[in-house]
Ligand binder design. Sequence first.
Ligand code: ATP
Length: 277
Amino acid sequence: NSESVIPPDAPSGYSLKDVGGLSEVLKELKELIAIPLKRPDLLAKLGLEPTRGVLLVGPPGTGKTLTARALAEELGVNYIALVGPEVISKYYGEAEQRLRGIFEKAAKNAPCIIFIDEIDSLAPDRSAVEGEVEKRLVAQLLSLMDGFSQSQGVIVLAATNRPDHLDPALRRPGRFDREVQFRIPDCNGRKEILQILTRAMPLDGTVDLDFIAERAVGFVGADLKAVCQKAAYTALRRHVPSIEEKVPENMTVNQSDFLQALKEIKPAVLRSVEVEV
Ligand code: ATP
């Protein structure tokens, strides 16, 4: 169940070391959420309003979900994840109640991060939507954000790649008043991500991650993951042409496996351009 509470010691295997090319973003996010989550009493003493919501803005596949999960692990707090469109389709009509339930569960399990993926579907600009149910859901989310000041130690991280579609009221102070950008990685970022993704792969001496990173312009983390997987499959087919054969001891992935994969995988930015044209 995607909306259950995941404790910090659950063996997810996610850690901030698995997030590449986002060191500034991680630093900023940690600063924004660590104290409100773990020491809300300090803020209260200074008369400061704690951060309650942060928008993670950026294209798909740039590591927003990965980052939210890894932050919960790093800070040792509970984590509840939900995906906007799923909440609506699974619980249509009851979605408001479900959302309330999730916030209550988080408060009971504080300190806790609630991660809402694709928040734009839960909180679209009310002036642009027709349905009453949708409008009520936006209102419910706003009131939940306003209501949990007492239940300190809960932070909502919400991801979107369409911040301009959100209801403007969502971004008022005390709601999602902070925003962090997840950009398409530059060459160094791509190299860092490739290093992470190939950590467990047996690479031979020909593999040049700098070269692959230079070539992979426009690729986001999820695209690079696809490249690595494709390269590994190409290597597998090269070493083991038929499944009846014995697996060789020294199965390695080489540079040409990666170059082949790079040719075949299209980065998400190009895919979305094709859709929009
Ligand atoms: P979406 O908006 O589509 O949910 P997202 O921004 O949340 O996308 P993730 O789901 O976190 O992206 O990324 C998908 C996978 O791609 C991750 O599980 C990870 O394997 C890989 N990945 C993406 N970004 C990074 C990154 N910065 N560092 C390492 N791996 C990454």
